[in-house]
Ligand binder design. Sequence first.
Ligand SMILES: *Cc1c(COP(=O)(O)O)cnc(C)c1O
Ligand SMILES: [Zn+2]
Length: 447
Amino acid sequence: MVKEAAYQKCINPKCGAQFDTGQSIFKCPNCGDLLDILYDWDKIEVPAKMSDFAKRWAGRDNRLDFSGVWRFRELLNFCDDKHKVSVGEGQTILQCNDFIAKEIGMKNGCLHLQYEGMNPSGSFKDNGMTAAFSHAKKVGAISCACASTGNTSAAVALYAHSVGIKCTVFIGSGRIAFGKLSQAMDYGAQTIQIRGDFDDCMRQVQDVCTELGLYLLNSLNPFRLEGQKTIMYRIIEAMQWNIPDWIVVPGGNLGNSSSFGKAFMELKQLGLINKIPRLAIINASGADTLDYLVNKKNLKWNKGYVDNSIIDDFYAELTAKKFSPHTCASAIEISRPVNLKKCLRAIDVCNGVVISVPDNEIVDAKALIGKYGLGCEPASAATVAGLKHLLADGVISTDETVACVLTGHALKDPNVTVNYHKERQGCYSNPPVEVDNDLQKIISLIK
Ligand SMILES: *Cc1c(COP(=O)(O)O)cnc(C)c1O
Ligand SMILES: [Zn+2]
């Protein structure tokens, strides 16, 4: 039998076990490490140049050409077209923003914002879900689950019902932003609120899925990461296939950063690009595991031979301290990121850097983006907050081209926004002014 072009492979080089894509296992059954989706590129007819993908815009009445994910289908070729699901994800834009560039001291034409808030569920998660749900279709899943800080649950709920799969979402009590919670309920997901934080939910959902045979949709799911690669394809597409000097992304469970590294690694391998951008991953100070392990403990990919003891020791410390992460950027409020090792590989491939930024800088950056660009949620704004530091430290220079990934829509978390302005929390606070119902008094207020 001819082996399929795509297969799953354990990322641990000491194991390297392989599985076909008809299985939904999510972790290596041999060693428990993460799985990767790999391709025999010889068996796939990949277009000769990236611009060939863009030609598909002409055929937008074909649902797969319309999708900003499946337009690039040869680069995530793990299922037949009949299994591919789409709700019109990936119609996103890359905005070159000179106002914000000026405000943070960058040259004109250098700062780009990749706005993933335009996805059907309002965050980049849809890029991953369209791929994972296609795999779920392929394996005939009838019921699925995820743990979520909010956006995963919104995206899962949206896709599950539109493709006819039952779903349960697990969220931590009191930690979820209002917009996101409203979506899970509205899209009909069974929503279970665990008295705990995201890391608690993540642990429980894995056991629940194993016990009940539910299809797992966290970014542990390697098929999700395949879909998220297309965010990078669309950025370079919008730059006429030029590669920016830097990609800046918030770091939570580290699925995005991992998939971005994989995207560029593969494009380089295929000869479709000749340069790999550098990657800057931004943690929130209150959830800075990656920053700590990379910068303080010197944790490295090391060709896959990751020093697990560094990670285990740190997690044991967190457990002993009963540490729970805290940041207003709820989407990245995660202290045990499941894709940590894949992210280390991305840092290796992209010569990446990691820093953390405090909440007060995140909310200021969020208001700056809102004022001059595109509204986004707090986690997304960590990119611009981090970029300011990287410019100040001379890591990124003011004339380099940078693409910040704005991962989620502003309306996801209205509370943070309203509080920032009404309570005058920062330099861009813009609270409403109250006035008597009197024409002259009203006119006297107009600036
Ligand atoms: C999920 C999410 C993140 C974190 O992404 P990871 O891939 O888990 O690192 C950041 N921002 C938003 C808006 C999210 O929904
Ligand atoms: Zn393994």
